[in-house]
Ligand binder design. Structure first.
Ligand code: COA
Length: 185
């Protein structure tokens, strides 16, 4: 298996089409509306190949967020995981773990990233890799993924998904409030 780290804007049509097929196969209940991402274009991707076959991918959103905004806040630089998936016939063989390990290696190679972060309903794979879960009231921009319009900012305590993070700088995470300064992934 080979992993490639690519800026999203450099992805060609062949790879984009393969990603679309992968997303449809891995998230059969979702409609991606012909896109190779769910809500918003990511900044980077890590793509897993076996020979010429694209078998998995992890998209990266790099964003400043505001942690504990009601306690004067702290701007934190976040490397976020989006749309992690492995083609169904190759799941359970370590590819997802390898993608996450590469993601962490890339983040740790920078002195600019404070936290790895993601939102998941199935956090086991992340907990196995040392991610912790956090209880948060979050503010985010509501994007309608079909119409591609926004409906303003929501602020809520989310209970039907897990927020997972990993500290990779000297900044420490605190439960409380998080302003995502953008859409929820
Ligand atoms: C979740 C997923 C990316 C994991 O990739 P993978 O290559 O199958 O994972 P690995 O082989 O590295 O296994 C790592 C862990 O993933 C979890 N896992 C494995 N297969 C899984 C599956 N089908 N669904 C959910 N979690 C799974 C297990 O916790 C596993 O740990 P374990 O082997 O100690 O039990 C992959 O199964 C997938 O694409 N699922 C469908 C899409 C999805 O749910 N993406 C995650 C969105 S947050």
């Amino acid at each position: 298996m080979n992993l490639e780290f690519v800026p999203d804007f450099q992805i060609n049509k062949t790879t984009s089409d393969a990603i679309k097929g992968l997303l449809s196969a891995c998230f059969p209940d979702e409609d991606f509306h012909g896109r190779d991402y769910f809500k918003q274009v990511p900044h980077h991707r890590i793509i897993a190949y076996e020979a010429d076959r694209l078998v998995g991918q992890l998209s990266i959103d790099n964003r400043v967020m505001n942690l504990n905004v009601n306690l004067n806040g702290q701007a934190v630089n976040v490397f976020g995981v989006i749309d992690l998936c492995v083609t169904p016939d190759r799941q359970g063989m370590g590819i997802g773990t390898a993608l996450l390990q590469e993601f962490e290696t890339i983040a740790r190679g920078s002195s600019r990233i404070d936290f790895l972060f993601l939102v998941s309903k199935t956090p086991l794979i992340y907990k196995n890799l040392g991610y912790k879960t956090t209880t948060l009231q979050v503010s985010w921009m509501k994007i309608h993924e079909v119409k591609q319009v926004n409906y303003g900012v929501a602020t809520e305590q989310i209970s039907d998904a897990f927020f997972c993070y990993k500290e990779i700088s000297d900044k420490r995470w605190k439960d409380g409030e998080l302003d995502l300064l953008g859409y929820m992934y």
